[in-house]
Design a protein around this ligand. Structure first.
Ligand SMILES: [Zn+2]
Length: 465
């Protein structure tokens, strides 16, 4: 039984899809005004884990992600650079997906761009105006908060004091709880800003209406899971509920799932503090995407997580060890037969792994089960007790667990770290003995294996290409 904490009910609930076996899930995507940082990627990798585990559980997943390619920040930057919105946002969308793919996140079934769905947004605004939830003022259209009595339910705030007789309005896409007001659905065109001519006037959409329009278009008026970072609970998701349910009169989403904040080196990330980590920079510095993925996934999503360079170094060691383990397991050439103890190990690990993830995606416990399994299997390898049927079952379990975590890496057959080091040592010895033919031969062999050598003061270092 898979249980998830639902922000809306503030309870851990048993997950039951609304219809048949398909899970319809929407995860708020990036606002493509700059590089996404590792805090953003914590959320996207959490979404990736959720979709992979749903698939592991046997559900079919229809996962939709939006690209916010029009908002206050994007417009400011594009206008300053004299670029069209598309030119400006295309480059950051491409860069975003490069990082997304590098981190091993599976692409959603649908990726939708806000500016491709202006008509759908206009239609919702019209419905809201027709049923009294929205009104026009100076060319813009606003949501009337006091027409929607359950406003504040998701963020668990009582806005009554602020809302009663609210005549003040907020035009910004982002604002805090203190400035709750009637929020903007459609913004009147301003000179020098991109705008669309529509039946509700010339202008552009507010941020929140985008996600209501795209999610309901792709998944229907009521769907299973809506996820995102915790910072989106208010106002973004609160406003999405008001707009969507205000327009349809139906319940919008069954499970609201949020991942907590990420700190870097113990503090909120900021460019000033030098702890503003961007995935591509980390990769350029030589960190592997798999280690970044491992570290960002390693905490339970409802817990704040502190990302540190020390932690990343540790993750690097862990994923290298996991890959070596996988290679070693494949390279065994055991005799036929099976061992009861290993059958029991496979059964117990699978059970512990599932029990942990069923419990609101308790990743630390699931990784604990995995590391215990690796340790015990390594002992069995050392003791040569693994038989052919055991090997098959052990490999199957690794693949099964990795369909969810994606941290073991590709199988590079034929060499372990220890083999590589032995070749490097032999090459050093050959060079010392001035046997350059042999030293070149080894260098070529390493190149063919995809190993890059670097001569440093501390000696020869190597890495996989
Ligand atoms: Zn959204």
């Amino acid at each position: 039984m898979f249980k998830l904490y639902n922000t809306l009910t503030r309870q851990v609930e048993e997950f039951q899809p609304l219809t048949d076996n398909t899970v319809r899930m929407y995860i708020c995507g990036p606002t493509v005004y700059d590089f996404a940082h590792i805090g953003n990627f914590r959320t996207f990798l959490f979404g990736d884990l959720l979709r992979r585990y749903l698939k592991y559980k046997g559900y079919k997943v229809h996962h939709v992600m939006n690209i916010t390619d029009v908002d206050d920040k994007i417009i400011q930057r594009a206008v300053a650079l004299k670029m069209t919105l598309r030119e400006y946002t295309d480059q950051y969308t491409d860069l975003f997906f490069q990082d997304f793919d590098a981190l091993g996140a599976e692409r959603p079934e649908e990726v939708l761009r806000a500016t491709d769905h202006i008509n759908e947004m206009v239609e919702i605004v019209q419905r809201l105006t027709a049923n009294g939830h929205a009104y026009e003022s100076e060319g813009s259209t606003y949501f009337r908060i006091n027409s929607f009595p359950t406003y504040g339910r998701l963020s668990n705030m009582n806005f009554e004091g602020n809302v009663a007789g609210a005549s003040e309005r907020v035009d910004a896409d982002e604002y805090d709880k203190e400035s709750v007001r009637d929020f903007v659905l459609w913004k009147a065109a301003k000179p020098d800003e991109p705008s669309w001519e529509t039946t509700i006037g010339t202008g552009r959409p507010g941020w929140h209406i985008e996600c209501s329009a795209m999610s309901m278009k792709a998944l229907g008026e009521t769907f299973d899971i809506h996820a995102g970072g915790i910072d989106l609970v208010f106002p973004h998701h609160e406003n999405e509920i008001a707009q969507s349910e205000g327009a349809t009169g139906k319940s919008f989403v069954k499970y609201w799932v949020h991942s907590e904040f990420l700190l870097a080196e113990g503090q909120k990330m900021s460019k000033k503090l030098g702890n503003f980590y961007v995935v591509r920079d980390l990769i350029e510095q030589g960190h592997t995407p798999r280690a970044i993925r491992y570290l960002l996934l390693s905490a339970q999503h409802l817990k704040q997580f502190n990302f540190t360079m020390d932690g990343l170094k540790g993750a690097e060691t862990v994923v290298a060890r996991l890959n070596d383990f996988k290679v070693r397991l494949h390279e065994l050439t055991p005799e036929a037969g099976e061992t009861a103890a290993l059958g029991e190990l496979v059964w117990r690990t699978r059970k512990d792994f599932e029990t942990a993830l069923d419990d609101d995606l308790n990743v630390p416990a699931a990784l604990g089960a995995l590391h215990d399994f690796v340790r015990e299997t390594n002992s069995a390898i050392a003791a040569s007790t693994i038989k052919a049927s055991d090997q098959k079952a052990l490999i199957e379990l690794v693949d099964c667990i990795d369909s969810v975590f994606g941290i073991f890496g590709e199988l590079k057959k034929g060499f372990l770290d220890a083999d590589i080091q032995a070749l490097i040592d032999e090459r050093q010895a050959a060079r010392k003995a001035k046997n350059f033919a042999r030293s070149d031969e080894i260098r070529n062999q390493l190149t063919e294996m995809g190993i890059v050598l670097e001569d440093t003061k501390e000696g020869v270092r190597w890495k996989r290409k």
